[in-house]
Ligand binder design. Structure first.
Ligand code: COA
Length: 332
């Protein structure tokens, strides 16, 4: 039976920086409040003419190069995004495939908000283990600044832009295989975090973003409480199901939504600070891009070594959530 191995990571971080002090001039907030409630200090913002696909392409180029694979080798490309280049089509994945010169591969987007990267990881794993595909390029790319209402202090302090990508390939070696991926959802809570209109459910005729409600709306406090409870349970479940103790985890890479959520889940699992990967202060919440951007961070700092075990977890709009146990398995 073929297994799926996590071969490489790449990321792209746009150059624009939005600080808490910048936000103080835009809405009624303070650096102190944002830092205390979220742990966020800065977020990166893409240039006006920089699309989600541009960022995804750059991250994918790095991941492909590090894996030593060429465009021709890729037979599956999936992009997790809630801020696609185009409202309906083409998919951001198709645009990225074209940018990279990938011809003929299956390419599509998925919409699972902040859990997007866990979802695309599970899709890559399933296609590879079934034998249908051999080399997958999975991407999380977001230009959240395009769907953020910078007059709403409840959301605009949280979100940023960026992209991350990973190469997952088929292997016969069980030791390097992705151990498990959990994915789940509960649409009963859809209204907690949503872009209420602008789609086929919209009651508006015009496409003015403000009137059409294309911006994100969030019931932050309710979402926070469900996130902590759900993630703690989900992570406990995946560890227990695979008979792995939390001290066997080399790197806990959570979705970077809020430092307090990460801390609560980490404490519940008795994880040590050095096991927990934190990028939220620098990049804020980049939704589907946040986990691969965080993995890339520890890779570039030389902290992620071959054979080390990562525990990923994420929670987001849908509601969706998931977790994964992933050994880092570069070819060399
Ligand atoms: N600056 C200053 N005050 C703010 C503020 C801001 N940016 N945003 C909200 N407030 C105020 C509220 O109006 C409220 O005031 P009140 O007590 O006078 O009514 C007070 O701060 C507390 O608001 P609350 O929403 O309860 O704060 P919180 O501690 O829950 O923090 C979030 C707000 C958004 C940071 C937090 O709820 C959060 O991170 N939620 C989850 C995000 C998430 O994980 N999303 C899903 C995955 S992407």
């Amino acid at each position: 039976m073929p297994y799926a191995a996590f071969r490489s990571i790449g990321a792209y971080v746009p150059s624009g920086v939005l600080t808490n002090h910048d936000l103080e001039k835009m809405v009624d907030t303070s650096d102190e409040w944002i830092t205390k409630r979220t742990g966020i200090k800065t977020r990166r913002i893409a240039a006006k003419d920089e699309k989600t696909s541009d960022m995804g392409t750059k991250a994918a180029e790095v991941a492909l190069k590090r894996a030593g694979l060429k465009a021709d080798d890729i037979d599956l490309l999936v992009c997790a995004t809630i801020s696609p280049d185009y409202f309906c089509m083409p998919s951001t994945a198709s645009v990225i495939a074209s940018n990279l010169g990938i011809k003929g591969a299956m390419a599509f987007d998925i919409s699972a908000a902040c859990t997007g990267f866990i979802y695309v990881l599970s899709i890559a794993k399933a296609f590879i283990e079934s034998g249908m595909k051999k080399n997958a390029l999975i991407i999380g790319a977001e230009k959240l600044s395009a769907i953020t209402d910078y007059t709403d202090r409840g959301t605009c302090i949280l979100f940023g832009d960026g992209a991350g990508a990973a190469v997952i390939t088929s292997t016969e070696n069980k030791d390097e295989a992705i151990i498990d991926v959990h994915t789940a959802s509960d649409g009963d809570y859809a209204d907690l975090l949503m872009t209420p209109n602008g789609g086929s459910g919209s009651v508006h005729d015009d496409l003015d973003k403000e009137k059409a409600g294309c911006y994100m709306k969030m019931k932050g406090n309710e979402t926070f409480k469900i996130a902590v409870k759900t993630l703690t349970q989900d992570v406990r479940d995946i560890l227990e199901a695979n008979n792995i103790h939390s001290d066997e985890i080399d790197h806990f890479v959570p979705h970077q939504a809020n430092y307090r959520i990460i801390k609560a889940v980490g404490d519940a699992l008795k994880l040590k600070d050095e096991q927990v990967v934190l990028t939220v202060s620098k990049y804020g919440n980049t939704s589907g891009a946040s986990i691969p951007m965080a993995i890339n961070e520890i890779y570039e700092e030389g902290k992620l070594k071959k054979g080390e075990l990562m525990l990923l977890d994420a929670f987001g709009g849908g509601l969706t959530w998931g977790s994964a146990l992933v050994p880092f398995a570069p070819f060399s």
